[in-house]
Design a protein around this ligand. Sequence first.
Ligand code: ADP
Ligand code: MG
Length: 456
Amino acid sequence: MGTFNYNIFLNEVLSQIKQEFEANNKETEYILWFSNIKYVESEELKIIVSIPSNMVKDKLITSGYLNLIESKLLEISGYKIKVDLTVKNITNNSPKKENIINELPVKPKVEVKKHPQLNERYTFENFVKGDNNSFAYNASIAVSKNPGKAYNPMLIYGGVGLGKTHLMESIGNAIYNEKQNNVIYVTAETFTNEFIQSINTNSVNKFKNKYRNADILLLDDIHFLMGKKETQEELFNTFEALYNSNKQLVFTCDRPVTELKDMNERLISRFGRGLSVDLQAPQYETRLAILQKKAEIEKIDVKLEVIELIAKNVCSNVRDLEAALTKIKAFAELMEQEITLETAQHLLRDSFSDPKQGNISIEIIQKVVADKYGISVSDLKGKKRNKNVVIPRQFAMFIARELTEYSTTDIGTEFGGRDHTTVMHSCQKVDELLISDPTVHTTIEMLKRAIKDYKK
Ligand code: ADP
Ligand code: MG
């Protein structure tokens, strides 16, 4: 037994698990729970590994992943090897950690001066690739490896707080650290202000030179330029100059460029010339992965169930996810105690606009809606097509889509075995109503509140 190389066994097992997870499209799961398992040491028939948090520990144990590792170890080695999980205590930054850092061999590294505009936290390593952003992420990596050649210009668009700035600055940081090129990051607002300022102070040439000397120009939030005719003109000229000398341009925008109003047509056509990628709101799995990453970076030791609670309930964007986590952290520090599920629930009740705690069933939604409209649940599920049934039915489906994690297929089933396209159609109808009829919003909100209050 003495010649056993436990480390090799462990690596083999993890790489097998990785392959299996990837084959089943569970790559995120693997990254979340297995990728941070590190070999520490071994004893007779025992491997001690480190993991980053108690959250990971809970998950490995309760989900059977630890058993999976142990049974694979048995398969490979023929021996029953136990795996001990130790949490590398990241919350207590004791001197121990500094020692470790001191012991590390000093890498001879070229001193790169900090970039004046780029945020060092915005890197690809800190960005979680998920269902909502994988295309944008891959394209950004490609651009950072091949600036001016891969995709030029690149446009990243999507709603607020979804990671546009983070991705854009990641490109900037990667190129800057690698090549020390002249990377300029600027928001469209600052660009505009500088331009106006340069006119006022008779220094337009200086302004032009600054931007035309960029190797990489990252212009954030171009929607800000709507209606700003002169600045658009100036940007157009800058664009042409840089583009024609194969300098990389990256833009972000809160909508597809075709939806920009009051924007120079030529400029719009330039924005869309290269590659446009969009960012969507992340799904549950990705939200969980982002929270975990964030907890790791910020050294917040928080229970898995609390992270899950946030991931389930904060669905809007990543910025809101971060805000919820920050709140938990602040409270934990203040109270000097770990946050329980109950405290978290209480603490975050305002951040949870549309709770998806999994405790709202379609049945409750049907009951409440039917009740409010004085019809029966079976009418709601049935085939009747008169207006006093159709509207509540559409509302109920719409709310089920908003308040639960059920798919349109599931919702269709619960509504008398309807097809998922019918559910989608109903939701669309309500979307249209919400725009055309201001009272609908109030009604929907009232119904949602009644549904949420139903169980209390
Ligand atoms: P936007 O520019 O689209 O409004 P940001 O790039 O400012 O959004 O992102 C908001 C916050 O969310 C930032 O702190 C960012 O680091 C974080 N964030 C967004 N997407 C991700 C992701 N996929 N992984 C990790 N953090 C993310
Ligand atoms: Mg931004």
